[in-house]
Design a protein around this ligand. Structure first.
Ligand SMILES: Cc1cc2nc3c(=O)[nH]c(=O)nc-3n(C[C@H](O)[C@H](O)[C@H](O)COP(=O)(O)OP(=O)(O)OC[C@H]3O[C@@H](n4cnc5c(N)ncnc54)[C@H](O)[C@@H]3O)c2cc1C
Length: 477
């Protein structure tokens, strides 16, 4: 039974952060929870859809063993035996050679080109002899990685990959991008990782990942089903249009569904939609400098090209990584190799093509994109054998946050303004402009619930402590 006195929490967005929060809020049935989601399904960028006889994801998605133990325990409980433990088995294409990913010592020794190995060795010697970068140099993605990894790995791997993933030169990116995005950001960390000396996360596992039998989206589906069963409401095809503010409180969320306006009264608004959209939705409008800051934050987009093949398997590998800029695809995954699921005689490939909304690739037809991917594969001696049954294209407008130099002050201006609202919280990958994994977004959702008192008061001091923890998250591929 719904009691009118229960605090009303309106959640914006039904990606992992949104449904994770709803699930945790409904545990004790003390809150009235409504999620507003513009799509027809839950999952956001971490969702799945059916194609070619199996459920495929929006680019390669896996649950990493570094997942917070409480989050992992819940996922395990929700999915049961459907949560598979799989060995990681990918490869990187570097200077015409294939290197196993995750990196393995024997494979590296056999496959890496002698000039590359010599360059890395020289960089290591320079580091051991105390060579330091000019301290006057402005910190950037380029300087942080060069100082940690030396010139060779940066020149041949990270810098071209950065140009491709984020669309700008490595020195135009903030040093934060290196710290938040690159796990092995120094040669010693990289060697420890290769040799297996690094701890493998909370679950103590290395070289494995977790994956739901029914596609990565099964995680968010399970969270949302459990939340709905406990009484949470999810309104699909409902786009948030504005947040009506009185003083320092949001009192109403205005949304649009089937062309009609809806007004939803709230005690708390928890937003997981892009921070920039949130700031622009405030009514009365945020101050001009805050709105200008929103205009200065950039998200990288992505075109996903799915090729359904009439052949049982394309390769044995889960994913192929292509750092070089001459190859338009950044990663190619074969979902069947993640879930061990699907029809015999059929498989699907998913090619990830990072881009901006202005790039020609964003507006290409599926036939053109399919041809680009097939031509790329044949150039790499990875030609498809079976006939192509179908090419399908999906587009992500907000795939990666881009940490351009100076983004920190723009983020801070928006963050501080939003903090001045007593009942508005922003979190999740889009909400905190965080280059995060799904388990990080879920951890943020759990943290938010931990800060909300059953009577409705929010522990902002505790939230500040959690925010400091979020800063330590480093994304995994
Ligand atoms: C190519 C790619 C590969 C990835 N691989 C991995 C991986 O291997 N492992 C991993 O853990 N993570 C991976 N991630 C990251 C993962 O997708 C995100 O961490 C996760 O989706 C973040 O969840 P979220 O809820 O914060 O945001 P989102 O998933 O982006 O959800 C936000 C939701 O808000 C909704 N929304 C937006 N605007 C509005 C509006 N105005 N009104 C109503 N609803 C709105 C959106 O439709 C969406 O459903 C990958 C991401 C990408 C792009």
């Amino acid at each position: 039974m719904t009691s009118p006195t229960r605090p009303r929490v309106v959640i914006l967005g039904a990606g992992p952060a949104g449904v994770g929060a709803a699930y945790r809020l409904m545990r004790d049935n003390r809150f009235d929870v409504t999620i507003l989601e513009r799509n027809e399904v839950v999952g956001g960028n971490a969702g799945s859809f059916a194609l070619g006889g199996l459920n495929v994801d929006y680019g390669s998605h896996r649950l990493h063993p570094s997942c917070d133990p409480q989050v992992f325990k819940d996922i395990r409980t929700l999915l049961g035996d459907d949560l598979l433990e799989r060995p990681r088995h990918g490869r990187i294409h570097l200077k015409g050679r294939w290197i196993h990913f995750p990196l393995k010592p024997a494979d590296l020794m056999m496959r890496v080109s002698p000039t590359f190995a010599f360059g890395v060795g020289l960089d290591l010697l320079k580091k051991m002899r105390g060579f330091r970068l000019d301290t006057e140099t402005r910190e950037s993605f380029a300087t942080v990685l060069e100082a940690g990894l030396g010139g060779t790995i940066c020149r041949d791997f990270y810098f071209p990959y950065a140009r491709k993933l984020w669309g700008v030169e490595p020195d135009a990116l903030s040093g934060t991008q290196a710290k938040r995005r690159v796990q092995a950001s120094s040669l010693s960390k990289m060697f420890r990782k290769i040799l297996g000396i690094c701890p493998g996360g909370q679950q103590g596992k290395r070289g494995v990942f977790y994956y739901p039998h029914g596609g990565f989206g099964q995680i968010t589906e399970a969270y949302s089903k459990a939340a709905e069963a406990a009484g949470a409401k999810i309104l699909f095809q409902t786009s948030v249009r504005s947040l009506q503010v009185d003083g320092n409180r949001v009192h109403t969320v205005v949304a649009e569904r089937d062309g009609k306006e809806m007004r939803i009264q709230c005690d708390h608004v928890w937003s997981t939609i892009p921070l920039t959209a949130l700031v622009r939705s405030l009514h009365p409008a945020a101050p001009l400098d805050v709105l200008e800051s929103a205009g200065g934050l950039t998200f990288r987009s992505m075109v996903l090209v799915y090729i359904v093949l009439e052949q049982d398997r394309f390769t044995e590998f889960d994913a192929h990584y292509f750092p070089e800029t001459s190859i338009p695809v950044s990663r190619l995954s074969e979902p069947k190799n993640y879930s061990l699921h699907g029809r015999s005689g059929m498989t699907v490939l998913c090619a990830e093509m990072p881009c901006s909304l202005e790039d020609p690739v964003w507006n290409m037809s599926s036939d053109e994109l399919g041809q680009v991917v097939l031509d790329t594969l044949s150039r790499l001696s990875l030609s498809v054998k079976g006939p192509v049954k179908e090419v399908l294209v999906k587009k992500l407008s907000h795939a990666y946050p881009v940490y351009l130099q100076g983004y920190e002050s723009r983020f801070k201006a928006m963050d501080e303004y939003l903090e001045s609202m007593s009942n508005l919280l922003t979190f999740g990958r889009q909400g905190l402009f965080a280059h995060d994994n799904t388990h990080h977004a879920l951890f943020m959702a759990y943290a938010a619930v931990d800060c909300l008192h059953p009577e409705g008061a929010f522990a902002w001091d505790r939230w500040k402590q959690y925010r400091a923890v979020f800063e330590t998250h480093v994304v995994e591929d």
